[in-house]
Write a protein of this length. Sequence first.
Length: 453
Amino acid sequence: MNYKNVKQNTTRLIIFILINISALSLKAQSAWTLKDCIDYALENNIQLKQSKLTTLQNKLSVEQSKAALFPALSFSTNQNMSWRPFSQSTINLTNGTMTSTKSTVNYNGSYGLNANMTLWNGGRNTKTIKQNEYAAEMSELDTEQSENSIMEQITQLYVQMLYQKEAVNVCEAILKSSELQRDRAKTMVNVGTLAKVELMQLEAQTTQDQYNLINAKSQLENYRFQLKQLLELPEQDNFDISETQTTDDQIITPIPSKQEVYNVALAQRPEIQSGKLNVESNKLSIKIAKAGYLPSVNLNASVGTNNASGTHTALGEQIKNNLSNSIGLSLSIPIFDQRQNKTNVHKAQLAYQNSQLQLQDTEKKLSSTIENYWLNATTSQQQYIYAKANVESMQASYDLVSEQFRLGLKNIVELTTGKTNLMQAEQQMLQCKYNTLYNLAMLRFYKGETIRL
């Protein structure tokens, strides 16, 4: 054995394993974009997988209903044995001929091929095929609707995480500023230019800012957990999103017309298409129910033979001699069915009316959803313009108050008030910014575009 080659191969294997582990680790630690999250969810979400299985089941129902148009063929056989231990002779009747045997054990068998086919039943079979095709299409649309819903949820959580990440950065900056002011106040107390009570107020404010930072981080982790749950990611996975850089041009952008968005959504959204198919399917149900009043015609055919013991004829000869064939038509005309057909028709008509109302309700909800996104986008966009100007104003005011406080011209109350106003202004600006981004993304999505921020 060449131990040198074994050692080299082992070394290569170890290096290969380490490289793959490193690659997987880097992938787990890399930040996820919005597209990464959506693609992963569409591939791994359990609800979507179940919905796709339902679609496959409905497609099988279509194939089964199509097969009902063709004849059904079956083979049957019966094998019987009798035993009469105390009988002196046994009488057998075969094709009208009586035979006698002293055998105490007898058997007989029969064999048959049977076929039947529905020639006409008021068109129920063909209408059922069409109805099952509608069901399969509706199932596919339901899957698409679930995908859309998941994409909307992911986008919302993703934007909330982006907002919360910036909120954490704001809290960290405020805390850092508070700590600098507290440290500066300690120096001023030591030299006698600041009362100790004001230092205690600054320390209390620093503690409050630390609490705000912890709360912001906790909220960020909550959004991260919700997004991981939606993506079906394992709990131990080191998950984080990439920080999207946004510009004012992305926020202060023309908002699509709500009527234009609604018109496109009305023609493309899967929930609307599914509702329309449901109306058509229930219309077919009325025709299928009315077909119960009509006669049905069936074709039947069979080929059979039999054999028995106790005769002097060979098995093959018996099967040949006893061969019989038959073919026939059966006609079934409903006369009195205890109100069953009439009830079925009325139920189908009510279901049809209900499906029309469901479609109207879906259209109304779609209009309301788009109206809500449009109003939120319009309001948030306008608020962002003023919120940004307000932050700049509050920042300049706070910088001035901080400098005056350092020189002893302002007290601790004025400093704290200025910082609180700045923090509120920054939070408002962030809320307006990400509300605008999210609602604009949803309007574009309902307009048929790919989700993007």
